[in-house]
Structures are given as C-alpha cells and as structure tokens.
Design a protein. Structure first.
Length: 125
C-alpha cells in the first residue's frame, strides 16, 4: 500500500466516523461547519500578539526597584556591550552610559555604582 492510498483510506475512515458521530448526536454537517468557523474566528481574535524582538533593547534588566533605571544590551551593534539608562524626570532627558562590558554581573555592579552617583546628582538638581 502506498502513502497516498494509506492517506486516502484514513481520510475516508475519518469521514465515516465523523458522519456516524453526527448521526448519533442529531446534528447536521452545516451546524458543525458553523461551529468550527466560530471557533476559528474566536482563535484569531483572542490569539496573543506575536513576540517581536526589540529594535534596540536586548536583555533589559532593572538595576534596582526603580523602573526608571535599567541596563540593557544594544541589539543593533556587534559588540553587545551593556549600557545604563536612567530617566531624569526633571530635565525629561535620559542619562545613558556605556558600561563597556558584555558580562552581566560586571554590568550590574558598575551600573549600581553609577546609579548611586547619578541619582544623587539628579535629586540635588
């Protein structure tokens, strides 16, 4: 038996089983088709959005609990060095500094030291 004959036989067996199930349940094929169409529409509507890779930020991680300060790697460079970014609410500008390392642990350590200095200066004006 070839693959095409096997597929044909399994399709006809499945079709017969489906027809028997429809007869036993009292529904006709039109009701089943409408239900399947509704399920397909609902799946499209409620499907989660596709994950997109950020254009610039890669491996973004908070330095402390402060959501305005985080480290990240740039996704548009070959070296993938870590950077520190702190948002200054008063001047409405970011403070961005390269940490000059690709090591996450070193980046966090350096970022916390710089964060303490910069945040103090921002708070003092």
């Amino acid at each position: 038996m070839t693959d095409s004959q096997h597929t044909s036989n399994s399709k006809s067996t499945n079709a017969e089983a489906l027809a028997a199930l429809l007869d036993a349940s009292g529904f006709d094929a039109a009701v089943l088709a409408a239900a399947l169409q509704s399920i397909a529409t609902a799946a499209k509507v409620t499907a989660p959005p596709k994950e997109q890779q950020p254009k610039v930020y890669l491996n973004k991680e908070l330095v402390y609990e402060d959501e305005t300060a985080y480290i990240y790697q740039r996704n548009d460079t070959k070296q993938k060095f870590y950077y520190l970014r702190i948002w200054d609410k008063k001047s409405k500008k970011p403070f961005i500094k390269s940490l000059e390392t690709r090591d996450r642990v070193k980046a966090i350590t350096a970022a916390r030291l710089i964060y303490q200095e910069v945040k103090g200066k921002i708070d003092r004006g």
